[in-house]
Design a protein around this ligand. Structure first.
Ligand code: URA
Length: 238
């Protein structure tokens, strides 16, 4: 692990800003491996160093993994001048940790969103080459039929010529409004909505239920989040 500046390691806990961390060092309140720290610029390995502030040992381990049940009306971004983002749903301590959402859900889409500071994991889950399944619940206007499932399996070509990979459409209820599960291995812009619209079945509601080995915890109300359990982290290899 590359070494990082002391003030950066302290700030990564989300409890102090870099400026506050420097001040703590100046005030002699920071112990590094048992000795008073003198310079915020000194570099250490965050995975192994022991840092105490006012006698409290900090948890400086990298790797924060949160499962959020994204509500409709919130943007999947870290910052966006156009409105509230998923970061606004987190307490201050998490907002300072450099977390970001793994992939995007549309503003009106709900459901499973992983927030992390682990860029390598995000790449693993999002790279088209890794073929990670994403499962969505969709409610559409119109009667879904077997022909729609066959078209999804064959690979839908969208209006702009984009050819989608084979996908699974599993009809749950069929009527004037229908419900289905859609499983994709890619994540193009508005993909589920565009695929269903191309079959004349516009999406009325969309919710992501699964991403690779992670399943949405249905006890999380929209807008609620929790840290991944050790079992969930293990499934992600973390
Ligand atoms: N497909 C969509 O159309 N929207 C989403 O938010 C996710 C997948």
């Amino acid at each position: 692990m590359a070494k990082e500046r002391l003030d950066k390691i302290i700030a990564s806990t989300g409890r102090w800003s870099r400026r506050e961390a420097k001040q703590l060092v100046r005030e002699g309140r920071v112990l590094v491996d048992g000795a008073i720290a003198h310079a915020a610029e000194d570099k250490y390995d965050a995975q192994t160093v022991q840092i105490c502030i006012d006698r409290e040992t900090l948890d400086c381990q990298r790797g924060t993994y949160l499962m959020l049940n994204k509500p409709a009306g919130v943007l999947s971004a870290t910052e966006d001048g156009r409105g509230k983002t998923v970061m606004d749903l987190l307490p201050q301590e998490y907002r300072r940790r450099g977390l970001f959402p793994v992939g995007r859900l549309d503003k009106d889409t709900e459901g499973l969103l992983l927030l992390t500071d682990d860029g390598a994991l995000a790449h693993e889950l999002l790279s088209p080459k890794k073929h990670v399944d994403k499962v969505y619940y969709a409610r559409v206007s119109g009667l879904l039929k077997q022909a729609d499932c066959d078209a999804f399996a064959a690979g839908i070509t969208l209006g702009d010529g984009l050819v989608c990979q084979s996908a699974r459409l599993e009809i749950l209820t069929a009527g004037a409004e229908s419900e289905a599960l859609v499983t994709l291995r890619e994540g193009k812009f508005h993909q589920v909505k565009r695929m269903l619209a191309s079959r004349g079945k516009p999406v009325v509601a969309l919710k992501r239920l699964r991403m690779g080995p992670l399943t949405l915890d249905e006890t999380l109300a929209p807008g609620e989040f929790r840290a991944l359990t050790p079992q969930e982290r293990e499934k992600l290899g973390k």
